[in-house]
Design a protein around this ligand. Structure first.
Ligand code: RP5
Length: 169
């Protein structure tokens, strides 16, 4: 079990099925750090640590978590099982797998039956970063300073895109 950056009162919990998911999931943590959102991150493997998964989900609301970002690869049941055990919103990140490049992870996470939603993001680094940006947007609804940071982040992207040039033929 791996734990990083453990503030006293995390607002966002980042979990992943294996330390091998860190290369992808670190992109979520980087965004949360960039925006100064209190978070913690750890490994919770659905099939190797099912009791820990249940405990994590059961304690999530009581710990003050406003969102859980859950990344997993392959038969990626971590986000769905977390969502089954807590009403804290779960944001699922499909991690690219070796044999099916994460299409298996995506289908496992996105195809939740009606009634227990998991907000599902793109496969890989972009999905991890966007899940964190989505969590920031949720928190920004009740945090004007955070909303300002998010607007500035968007404005930077706009400026960067406007400054793009194309090579001459
Ligand atoms: C899943 O199996 C993890 O989320 C990871 O993406 C995948 C492989 O895990 P390791 O064998 O690398 O630990 O549970």
């Amino acid at each position: 079990m791996k734990t990083t950056n453990n503030p006293a009162s995390p607002l966002v919990g980042v979990v992943m099925g294996s330390s091998s998911d860190w290369d992808t999931m670190q992109h979520a943590v980087q965004i949360l750090q960039q925006f100064g959102v209190a978070h913690d991150a750890r490994v919770v493997s659905a099939h190797r640590m099912p009791d820990d998964l249940f405990a994590y989900a059961e304690q999530a609301a009581g710990r003050g978590l406003q969102a859980i970002i859950a990344g997993a690869g392959g038969a990626a049941h971590l986000p769905g099982m977390l969502a089954a055990k807590t009403i804290v919103p779960v944001l699922g990140v499909p991690v690219a797998s070796r044999h099916l490049q994460g299409v298996d992870s995506l289908h496992s996470i996105v195809q939740m039956p009606k009634g227990i939603p998991v907000a599902t993001f793109a496969i890989g680094n972009a999905g991890a970063a966007n899940a964190a940006l989505f969590a920031v947007a949720m928190l920004a609804l009740h945090d004007p300073a955070l909303a300002e940071k998010l607007q500035a982040f968007r404005a930077e992207q706009t400026a960067a895109a406007r400054a793009m040039t194309l090579p001459a033929l």
